[in-house]
Design a protein around this ligand. Structure first.
Ligand code: MEV
Length: 422
């Protein structure tokens, strides 16, 4: 049977339709122009003048907690989807990804300036007013409780350099949470400010440091599924472990290692209408001098497997915001079988781990350019206007003289090819 990646876009859509993964309306969203109607886009941002489409593709072969999935990814970099699919296939052969999720809430900071009469003033205020604060929080967003969320904890953070801080831990249910958390924080801030003499309210805002919303995923790969033409699987596994270890000791390398993880994560986050900046901010806020990356790789000698773990804050949502307005985001979630937010976190973390594996396997064997350049050549050929039946020839010619590959060369090669066929 022809593999998914070997099909034309039209045939991929036909297969998805035949499998009932998409219906006729979805087909229209995927093929009609524009996928994002101006009436919607104009109300999403100020001064809207158009849309900025990036390709949406499906990373194939993912098996996550026993469920087989094709994962939608929105990304402009040619090799990202191929790399994720390639690693997912190796991981699926050993049973796929196993995830565990913690989704305990997001912290909002209510910050005051000025020194209270004594350090205990705020503590006492919170103790005495906690029931009222909970009421104010509830009334600011009454429907949150019906969606399983709400204010979980009110606490006073140790004061620092003239700043006093009340923290709210808020469970946003299945929403990403920015709107609901900020609405509640502002309402509670107003209530507190009116009652706290001598303190000035500076701000109330959620923190993007979300260590309570984190996803873990584990992947195993048999040595037998790792070899290349020139290296056996066990050696590849040991080199991957060394590469991962190097990222832990080299800040220069850690930045690139993490970029590779983010390649996968960002693309799924964008495809599902989540906030890519929020996810980046949360993920990087988890790193420090001691912890330079989110992944760890080791060897299980007994089972002759390479073992990978990712542990990363991912404050994702599966309802609300752009997820409900962007037709492509709704469709991506449908292709993922409409996961709740926790499930989506596990999927996204797994794609990050897969991207990391693929990058390291390429780096410690043939290098990344070989695979990368093939896709780059294809992209150049397409930009030059090559039709599907012309692609292969233009790509081969670009590869043969790779140091001169450019859009100009691709265009001239295509023209030459067409002229000789006349
Ligand atoms: C390229 O987009 C990402 C890599 O550089 C990641 C890595 O080096 O691990 C290949």
């Amino acid at each position: 049977m022809t593999k998914f990646y070997e099909l034309s876009t039209a045939n991929r859509l036909a297969q998805l339709r035949a499998e009932d993964s998409i219906d006729d309306d979805d087909l229209r969203v995927l093929t009609d122009e524009p996928a994002l109607p101006t009436a919607v886009a104009a109300n999403m941002v100020e001064n809207q003048i158009g849309n900025f489409p990036v390709p949406l593709g499906l990373a194939d072969h993912f098996v996550i907690d026993g469920e087989a999935l094709r994962v939608p990814m929105a990304v402009e970099e040619p090799s990202v989807i191929a790399a994720a699919s390639n690693a997912a296939q190796r991981i699926a052969r050993a049973g796929g990804f196993r995830t565990s999720i913690r989704r305990d809430g997001i912290i909002a900071q209510i910050v005051f300036t000025g020194i209270p009469a004594s350090p205990e003033v705020l503590q006492m205020f919170v103790r005495e007013h906690e029931a009222e604060i909970r009421k104010v929080a509830h009334n600011a967003h009454p429907s949150l409780q019906t969606h399983g969320g709400g204010l979980r904890k009110v606490s006073v953070s140790a004061s620092a350099e003239g700043f006093e801080e009340i923290d709210l831990l808020i469970d946003p249910g299945d929403a990403m949470g920015a709107n609901v958390v900020n609405t509640i924080a502002e309402a509670v801030a107003k209530y507190c400010a009116e009652r706290l003499d001598g303190l000035d309210l500076l701000m109330a805002i959620l923190s993007n440091k979300t260590e309570n919303q984190r996803a873990r995923s584990e992947a195993r790969i048999d040595f037998g599924n790792l070899p290349t033409r020139d290296m056996d699987g066990e050696e590849v596994a040991h080199h991957i472990v060394a590469a991962a270890r190097f990222a832990e000791v080299s800040p220069l390398r850690a930045a690139t290692h993490n970029k590779g993880i983010m390649n996968g994560i960002n693309a799924v986050v964008l495809a599902t209408g989540n906030d890519t900046r929020n996810i980046s901010a949360a993920a990087y806020a988890d790193l420090n001098e001691q912890r330079k990356t989110w992944t760890k790789w080791s060897i299980d000698e007994e089972r002759r497997q390479l073992v990978g773990h990712i542990d990363i804050p991912l404050p994702l949502g599966s309802v609300g915001g752009a997820m409900s307005t962007l037709p492509m985001a709704k469709l991506s979630l449908k292709l993922l079988h409409n996961p709740d937010a926790s499930r989506l976190m596990g999927i996204v973390a797994s794609v990050g781990l897969a991207s990391n594996l693929s990058a390291m396997r390429a780096l410690v064997t043939r290098g990344i350019q070989e695979g990368h350049m093939n896709l780059q050549f294809k992209s150049l050929a397409m930009s030059a206007g090559a039709k599907p039946d012309e692609l292969e020839q233009v790509v081969a010619a670009l590869r043969a003289d790779s140091s001169n590959a450019s859009l100009e060369t691709a265009t001239s090669l295509l023209n030459q090819m067409r002229n000789t066929l006349k």
